[in-house]
Design a protein around this ligand. Structure first.
Ligand code: GLC
Length: 756
């Protein structure tokens, strides 16, 4: 059947082309031909491989297993162990390697690592198939020393400008390839909808539209049109599926997400990325509705392949196959776990340190537990990915051909992104910007004032990002940036959260800058039991309750730590969600007005620990004490952010008061900069479904646009919506658009229309 279908596929375009050129354009024919060529290349390649070769292609091991020393405790500097190289790459034919060893490597070390691995694989391994090396390049090529580090995803989302996601993706792709690596385990497309979750800062925030737009822009940047190019790498959508909304708000904990919620809020960013050509997907380490995702054929095959049409490689997450018996207890042992996961749809197993995997998988095939067809399908996808990446033609590009590595332009991009990521939350009495001439001395205090690692967060130059010895030389901390601005003798610094000293020092200054928040963490080490800002930091803020000089609170954190207890004390509050290593001077320039802040919250900033709710909540969220039908009571709302200028909105217009299912509606609004300086504003279009068969959200973000407006100028911003923008997942768990009345809101201006 498949062959006849294939012939039909070849015949059909030519037949159609004979009758009318307009019916089947040449690109469609070329694409189909290309697909057929690729398919036959894979089939031909597979036919030359042994079962062991194919299993090797499905195996991903940590770089640690090739080095002198023990995993996580390698001899320094990184040194290959020739016996291990031979055993892993030649005997076991392992086709993929990941990670960096103990810490980020310089480019010379990466050159040695990559060239050694590829030469072993291609010259000594019987099949000669190149190795697919994968790395976590989360906010730049973080595992390559001196690379450009960008704001983390949540900070990038705070800019509300997808251009930054795209451009940071472009530079990341370039600098990862410059390290000889063709595959990055990024972006995270999970949404940050639970502020307790320790990987909030790796997401593009809580909203489906903002998260999807940012993710697509990043993927377009890092993959481009030709993922084999010397400045592009394959991306990895992660973590499929339902990883970020666990019951307990901790990493790798069970998630219970009904199908309707999954379809409407979790799947869309991944679907969009699949449709945009994302090259690979990494699977969620958690348990979704009682089933570990790594063993769930319903998610890995029915949804991912049959419904969403993904054809790329599905790679497991770290050690998640052993976890099927160690944690989830759906398997009796490692071998049973391997059989479950491979048969469920995992193509490549990030084992990552038990090389016995290959032996066990071969046994499973010999015993008929895992069919050869599944092995061919999985290994075929890996081979296809290696071919798309150009590895068979050139396993790595000339390492000396990357003159723009950490270029001034890339560093400036990181600065611009950091600057636009800073969200000014409060500015009482317009205390900011500080008047430079009237500010003789300042006090700088707080845990995060004098560290670069806190600006970068996790996935730094080490996994946890906590070791300053690997920091990029010459980058400034917030303290150092302020000392540059004011000269050292005018900046009094009190390290940590030592209150008495800070209080006494404050007596001789004109302003206090408290830099607090979180120290770096990645994944489970970031689990917390209390979302409040730590008590010693709250006490530090309280110490300035009666200050008669301006107190500025700068929060540098990966998630919104609660500060309601002290929120009235600072005269101004700003937040950077791990804004990266160029952020210090951005923050200093914002404090002194050289830059005008334009960031907006990509998440809801909660006020109370028991009141964690997203902006797109349902109107029936029962109230607090006042029993109103909508107890939405955050510290600061999704989309909030202040500027040093003011923007007045007027003339909200809708092109018609009705729209039909096939029509569109134009919505416009005028925004005037009534202040005395240029500023950027994020115009946010929210739409409310007044009545629906499923309780509707109080509002949904349906479009946004960040615009720069000069002082005294005005701009009219227009949006066009269609019925498709109003769809939701209905009672039958299918997408539906229902007629009825809809409300339109832009910055407090309201209108409505009827969908017929
Ligand atoms: C980790 C993370 C995943 C990362 C992978 C490889 O456990 O969950 O995001 O890409 O392992 O380091």
């Amino acid at each position: 059947m498949k062959n006849s279908k294939l012939i039909l596929l070849i015949t059909l375009p030519f037949l159609l082309a004979m009758c009318s050129k307009s019916v089947v354009s040449v690109p469609v024919m070329e694409e189909k031909t290309e697909m057929i060529k690729e398919k036959s290349w894979v089939e031909e390649k597979l036919s030359t491989l042994s079962l062991e070769d194919k299993i090797g292609e499905m195996t991903q091991l940590s770089l640690d297993l090739l080095a002198v020393g023990q995993p996580y405790n390698l001899q320094e500097p990184f040194t290959f162990d020739p016996e291990k190289l031979e055993n892993i790459l030649v005997d076991k034919k392992v086709g993929s390697i990941l990670n960096c060893g103990m810490h980020a490597n310089d480019r010379e070390t990466w050159k040695t690592i990559i060239t050694t691995i590829q030469e072993y694989a291609m010259e000594k391994k019987e099949s000669g198939i190149p190795v697919l090396f994968g790395i976590d390049a989360i906010h730049g090529a973080n595992y390559t020393l001196e690379s450009t580090l960008f704001p983390q995803a949540l900070a990038t989302a705070s800019t509300w400008d997808p251009t930054f996601a795209r451009k940071c993706g472009e530079v990341t792709g370039y600098e990862v390839r410059a390290s000889g690596i063709p595959w990055s385990f990024s972006p995270v497309l999970d949404l940050g909808r639970d502020p307790r979750w320790p990987r909030m800062w790796e997401t593009y925030g809580e909203d489906v539209l903002l998260g999807t737009e940012m993710g697509l822009a990043y993927i377009d940047g890092i993959q481009g049109d030709d993922v084999s190019a010397p400045n592009k790498v394959a991306c990895t959508m992660k973590h499929f599926l339902g990883y970020s909304v666990t019951l307990r708000g901790k990493d790798r904990m069970p998630a219970w997400i009904p199908e309707r919620q999954l379809k409407e809020y979790v799947v869309p960013p991944f679907k969009a990325a699949i449709d945009a050509g994302a090259n690979s997907v990494m699977i969620c380490s958690g348990e979704l509705n009682g089933i570990p995702v790594h063993a769930d054929e319903g998610i890995l095959k029915v949804l991912l392949r049959d419904e969403l049409g993904f054809e790329g490689v599905a790679v497991s997450d770290w050690a998640d196959i052993p976890y099927l018996y160690e944690r989830h207890r759906t398997a009796v042992d490692f071998k049973d776990a391997i059989g479950q996961a491979i048969n469920a749809g995992i193509d490549m197993v990030m084992v990552p340190i038990d090389a016995n995997f290959t032996t066990l998988l071969k046994e499973l095939v010999d015993e008929g537990v895992v069919p050869m067809s599944r092995i061919d399908e999985a290994a075929g996808r890996v081979l296809k990915m290696k071919k798309e990446l150009g590895l068979f033609d050139q396993a790595y590009y000339d390492f000396d051909n990357y003159d723009n590595f950490a270029s001034d332009e890339s560093i400036q991009l990181s600065y611009e992104a950091a600057k636009e990521s800073i969200v000014l939350l409060e500015n009482r009495e317009n205390v900011l910007p500080l008047d430079r001439a009237a500010t003789g001395k300042i006090l700088v205090a707080g845990d995060n004032a004098n560290t670069l690692t806190c600006l970068n967060g996790g996935w730094g130059r080490t996994w946890q990002g906590t070791d300053p010895q690997w920091d990029t030389k010459g980058k400034q901390t917030i303290l150092e940036a302020l000392q540059t601005e004011m000269s050292e003798e005018n900046v009094i610094y009190k390290a940590g959260n030592e209150i008495a000293g800070a209080k006494s020092a404050a007596a001789n200054v004109d302003a206090v800058v408290l830099v607090l928040g979180e120290t770096p963490y990645t994944e489970k080490p970031g689990d917390i039991d209390d979302l409040n800002l730590p008590q010693d930091q709250l006490d530090m803020i309280k110490a300035f309750r009666d200050s008669d000089i301006p107190v500025i609170l700068v929060l540098i954190e990966g998630r919104p730590r609660l500060i309601n207890e002290v929120v009235e004390i600072p005269d101004a509050i700003m937040v950077g969600f791990l804004p990266g290593e160029e952020a210090a001077r951005a923050i200093s320039n914002i404090l002194f007005g050289k830059e005008n802040p334009s960031g907006k919250l990509p998440i809801t900033y909660p006020k109370f620990p028991n009141d964690l709710v997203t902006y797109d909540h349902k109107g029936t969220d029962l109230a607090h004490r006042d029993f109103s039908m909508n107890g939405f009571n955050p510290q600061w709302e999704f989309g909030h952010g202040l500027s040093y200028t003011n923007f007045d909105y007027s003339d909200l217009k809708i092109s018609a008061d009705t729209m039909n299912m096939r029509g569109t509606l134009d919505i416009s609004v005028t925004v005037k900069n009534t202040g005395d300086r240029t500023g950027k504003e994020v115009v946010q279009l929210y739409i409310t479904d007044k009545v629906a068969s499923i309780t509707p959200s109080v509002k949904r973000l349906r479009d946004f646009d960040k615009v720069e407006i000069a002082a005294g100028e005005m701009k009219t911003i227009s949006f066009t919506i269609s019925a498709d923008d109003l769809k939701f997942v209905g009672r039958d768990n299918e997408w539906v658009t229902e007629p009825g009345e809809f409300g339109v809101t832009i910055n407090g201006l309201e209108s409505n229309f009827v969908l017929k």
